[in-house]
Structure formats: C-alpha cells, structure tokens
Design a binder for this molecule. Structure first.
Ligand code: AVI
Length: 334
C-alpha cells in the first residue's frame, strides 16, 4: 500500500493501491471469454471512458426508469434512512460519490450533525479524485477518504469508524452480479461491518416485461451503442477488427431467470482477428456474445441472497410505482 502522494486539501485523504494490483486484464478476459463455446465478456469491461459516458446518457433516457426511481426514493426518504443508523453516522460508499443520489444522503446527514466522515471506494483513481475534489469544495464539513481499489481490497483498508457507518451501494449495481457473486460481495461487506453499521442497497424489482424490455432496448439506440462499445474497445485497445455493423444489440428479458441479458448477435458467418492476442475467432450467423446480466429481483429472491450473506433486512423503501427498492441491511445476530 502506498499513499497517493499529494494531499489536495486538508479534508481529503487519497489512498491508492499500486495500479498493477487493481487492474485485471482486459486482454486475458477477451481471450478466455471469446474462446468459450458460449461466448462471454464480463460486463465490467463495458465501462472504459466512452462506455462510462454512454452509461451516463442511459441514465437520462425516458425508458431507463432505474436512476429516476431510486432518486425519487432518496428525495423522499434520505432523512429516514440516515436517522435509522444515527446521528451521528459516517458514510462509506462503494462506487464514487459524484452522483446527485450521494449528495442527498450527505446533505441529510449534515442536517443532523455538524461534520461527516465520508469514505468512497472505487477502482477508477481518476474518477475518484475528481469526485472527491468536487464534494470537498461543496461540503467543507465533510472529511473525505478516497480509496482507489477494487471493492474487496478497499473494504479491508477501512479504519475504525468514529460513528456508526451507513455503507451505500446504489444504482442496482448488485444486479450485474450472478447471485453467487452477489452473495460473496455482500458477505465481504458484512465481514467489514460492525454490529451498528448498516448497508443501504438499491435493487431493481421484477415488473411488467414491457417496461423492463424498453429500458434495455431504448428507441434512440443508446443502449445498443453502449453494448457495442465493448467491441469498439477491443478494436481500439487490442487491435481487433470487429465490424460493428455486423453485430446487433439484443437484450431479452428472461422473466423465468429474473434478468435481462445483453447480447451482441453476429449478423453473418464471420472471422474476427485480434492482433494483440494473435488470435482469430469464428462467429456463426445468429451466434452471440453475452455481455451483461441485469437482475430484476422478486422480494423473495433478494431476501434469500441477503440471508445467505449473513445479513437481514432492517428497512425498505419504494418509489410510487414500486419499480425499485432501497433496503437497509444489518448483520444478522449469530
Ligand atoms: C450499471 N447497471 C446497474 C446498469 C443496469 O441497468 O444493469 C447497466 C446497464 N446496462 C444496460 N443499461 C444499463
């Protein structure tokens, strides 16, 4: 562990793990995933600079209800959430807190206490640094610790808190994990928690198939571009020769499995060469690369996952249409 040199202001501490340790290899994942019988690319690789920009655009689409629903819940309930843990509270965010949603919780905490410890853990050091700077400018009463690390490593770096902690993991990001991965992830958070800490988590709920389908198949084609960007990224970074016109975005809602899958479907029999791997991959017409799962939970499914991770639901809040849920989770008494 090394401390990231500069201290930009007295209220920000920047902690970074050496870069080699935090970046797992895109190259290795592409080689392994495209070599499988059912071709697969891990969805975390959708988020290079362009992919992150496209995801931001998705969050404002008329069809993409998730961000607005979660925002609505926080607007109505931030005080209730914060006071279910404190005051005083400290906040630990998994993901970098540049969003409006985080600031609603910070502002709420500051209504009940004069100062706040806020820790943010994110893999992208650059993004984290910018988000921390802008938060610090806006809220000088907040002491910020910005940890550039993968979540599991970052959780291990947390110091003993000065107040009960509200961990936050918003945006239905948990929904991009397989259930088994979600259990491992929640267990890691539970292990880092003390008895009075809670985890606030946002999840997308099962609802009318038309509504879910539209959110991942928007009329303006932004989600299609977001999905195809992973091929463009292979071309840019690994010298691939994917022809983006020869792949089609497809995002079926598989209600039985409780998830949307994003696919990139080959429009023809074709060969794709990737120079950095010195490999060529064959695609049959209609064959697809599976690029993302996005879980739409029933309350029962979610409760089972929470339980398996050694946590229990403390409180729950919903938007007016009950499309999205915010849950506080606490360590189960053993
Ligand atoms: C980041 N994640 C919660 C988004 C989702 O809805 O699963 C990613 C996304 N994929 C397509 N559109 C948005």
């Amino acid at each position: 562990l090394f401390k990231g040199g500069r201290k930009p202001s007295p209220s920000i501490e920047f902690v970074a793990l050496p870069k080699a340790k935090i970046e797992d290899s895109f190259e290795a994942a592409v080689s392994e995933g495209l070599g499988r019988r059912h071709k697969f690319l891990p969805s975390r690789f959708l988020y290079d600079a362009r992919g992150s920009e496209l995801f931001e655009a998705i969050t404002t689409l008329p069809e993409y209800y998730l961000t607005r629903s979660e925002q609505q819940i926080l607007e109505s309930n931030a005080d209730g959430i914060v006071t279910s843990v404190g005051p005083p509270v400290s906040i630990v965010e998994l993901g970098s807190g540049s969003s409006k949603k985080t600031t609603l919780l910070i502002e709420s905490a500051l209504r009940f206490q004069p100062a706040l410890d806020y820790t943010t853990i994110d893999i992208s050091a650059e993004f984290l640094y910018e988000a921390a700077q802008s938060l610090s400018k806006r809220y000088p009463q907040v002491s910020i610790t910005a940890v550039a690390a993968e979540y599991f490593a970052g959780l291990k770096l947390l110091r003993a808190p000065r107040a009960p902690r509200l961990f936050i993991f918003l945006g239905s990001n948990i929904g991009n994990f397989q259930d088994s991965e979600a259990i491992v992830f929640l267990t890691a958070i539970r292990t880092a928690m003390q008895p009075n800490d809670q985890l606030l988590i946002g999840i997308d709920l099962a609802k009318s198939p038309e509504t879910v389908f539209a959110a991942y198949n928007d009329a303006s084609g932004v989600t299609a571009e977001f999905n195809k960007n992973i091929l463009a990224r292979i071309n840019r970074e690994l010298g691939g020769n994917f022809d983006l016109e020869c792949f089609r975005h497809d995002a079926p809602y598989l209600e039985d499995l409780g998830r949307v899958e994003m696919h990139l479907v080959s429009e023809a029999d074709q060969l794709v060469r990737i120079d950095a791997l010195d490999q060529t991959f064959a695609f049959r017409k209609g064959e697809y690369i599976h690029t993302e799962n996005s879980r739409k939970y029933s309350e029962g499914d979610f409760r089972d996952i929470v339980d398996e991770a050694g946590l229990a639901i403390a409180n729950q809040w919903f938007d007016a249409k009950e499309w999205f849920g915010l849950f506080t989770l606490k360590p189960k008494l053993t």
